[in-house]
Design a protein around this ligand. Structure first.
Ligand code: BTN
Length: 246
């Protein structure tokens, strides 16, 4: 086992990603170390958003990785493998799980998990990765301004043991990380693309030229989303260049 080989629990923290980065300044954490907490006072979401999570209700974890087999130009593979691992976990309990590009985990049209990957690149190598995951398990009410949060408990009507969920999640992530180590890149890419939210469906999107109907076709090797417009033109987007109209 790599992911989950060492667990570091804190009752509360500003952010598990920030704590992982702090610990790495003074310690050599083994690969796969998991930093987790019950509560974050400053949980980080994508692009300066805050991550909402009620005390003791959900999984808030950061994993330290040293993915030396990945070239910086292929770093989106890490995001794909982590997204697949979180999806594997959610599929244990619910159906209709998908990955909203780039790495939100959805059940039907609601977001059950968010992922924040922070890579440190040194020359032509990825020196370290901190993969942060917020996975909603037992929270019943979301008070922030997130559009469509959901939890396992809201979806199933059940209450879950967080310790069991953590060990299942780390084992699912470990399996996906081992696929990366074995350089099963094509399999990871194909599975990720097949699980994309709204793949091959016509829906509404908005980019800098306005709102339009489009159909998600694939994701490029460098992680850009490809959407076909009704004119037949394929447009490629980097993160935050396109909005999904929900
Ligand atoms: C998103 O905006 O969708 C990404 C959210 C990532 C949240 C997780 S919670 C654990 C880890 N620590 C953080 O501060 N953020 C990530």
């Amino acid at each position: 086992m790599i992911i989950g080989s060492k667990l570091f629990f804190f009752k509360n923290l500003p952010s598990t990603n920030a704590e992982a980065a702090n610990l790495l300044k003074t310690n050599d954490l083994p690969e796969g170390s998991v930093i987790y907490t019950n509560y974050q006072s400053a949980g980080k979401g994508q692009v300066d958003n805050k991550w909402e999570s009620e005390d003791g209700k959900n999984l808030l974890i950061s994993i330290v990785l040293y993915p030396s087999m990945i070239n910086p130009s292929d770093q989106f593979l890490i995001s794909m493998a982590i997204s697949l691992g979180v999806c594997d976990f959610t599929k244990r309990y619910v159906q209709d799980c998908s990955i909203k590009w780039p790495n939100d985990i959805y059940v039907k049209n609601d977001k059950i998990a968010g992922i924040l990957i922070e890579n440190s690149i040194c020359g032509d190598k990825i020196k370290k990765t901190i993969a942060g995951i917020g996975l909603n398990i037992n929270q019943q009410k979301f008070l922030g301004d997130a559009q469509n949060p959901v939890s396992l408990s809201l979806l199933t009507g059940l209450n879950f043991d967080l310790g069991i969920c953590l060990s299942q999640l780390t084992s699912d992530l470990d399996r996906r990380y081992k696929q990366l180590i074995s350089e099963n890149f094509t399999q990871i890419r194909n599975e990720y693309i097949s699980l994309l939210y709204r793949l091959d469906e016509w829906n509404d999107y908005c980019d800098k030229s306005g709102r339009y109907k489009g159909c998600i076709k694939t994701v490029s090797e460098n992680g850009r989303l490809q959407i076909e417009k009704q004119s037949g033109e394929i447009v490629k987007y980097s993160f935050k260049e396109v909005e999904f109209i929900l």
